[in-house]
Write a protein of this length. Structure first.
Length: 178
């Protein structure tokens, strides 16, 4: 959680700078209020050419950081799309290999109930940014219910179940076949 909070702090800083990367060399301030702010109101601030040169040296670094943050955000966005494809592909591949079974691929909490057969194995999605994501691949037969206990969306889960099963949001009910 600390990494996420730090990332969003950096993101807030970087987005602000990237949106308006205007640096005032005379006051050593970055528009839209970063932590680096030394205004004319501060007493005894030297206005030497060296101070201006130092500020000029800082500006490209700040802009570089902002650019890297934007690229990281794009990578995260791309990673979420790849995770969505990953869960659906795994569900489809496992279902093709084990026809007649219900398949759920899930990386959030869930509850599985009922006397039907079940087998759970794990697989990993290798993230481009951040930690890898572990998914449970749940293969089961009726009668069984699956209740997702976390966020939805294909980045978190995907399923392929038989026609006898009823689905409603994060709930899958597969009654005994008649």
């Amino acid at each position: 959680m600390v990494q996420i909070a730090s990332f969003f702090t950096l993101l807030a800083m970087g987005s602000s700078v990237f949106a308006t990367p205007m640096v005032n060399i005379d006051t050593i301030s970055v528009e839209q209020g970063l932590a680096l702010r030394a205004t004319n109101d501060l007493p005894n601030v030297a206005r030497s050419p060296a101070a201006g040169a130092a500020a000029a040296a800082i500006a490209p670094v700040v802009i570089d950081i902002a650019t890297r943050v934007v690229k990281m955000i794009d990578s995260i966005r791309d990673d979420v799309e790849r995770r969505k494809q990953f869960t659906q592909r795994v569900a489809s591949d496992v279902h093709a290999r084990y026809p007649g079974f219900n398949i759920v691929v899930c990386n959030v909490g869930y509850k599985l109930e009922g006397p039907g057969y079940q087998n759970v194995v794990s697989t990993k999605y290798h993230a481009a940014v951040g930690a890898d994501v572990t998914y449970d691949v749940v293969l089961f037969s009726s009668p069984k219910t699956f209740t997702r206990q976390g966020d939805g969306g294909f980045q978190n889960w995907a399923y392929l179940v038989g026609k006898q099963c009823r689905t409603d949001g994060g709930f899958i009910d597969c009654p005994r076949r008649g």
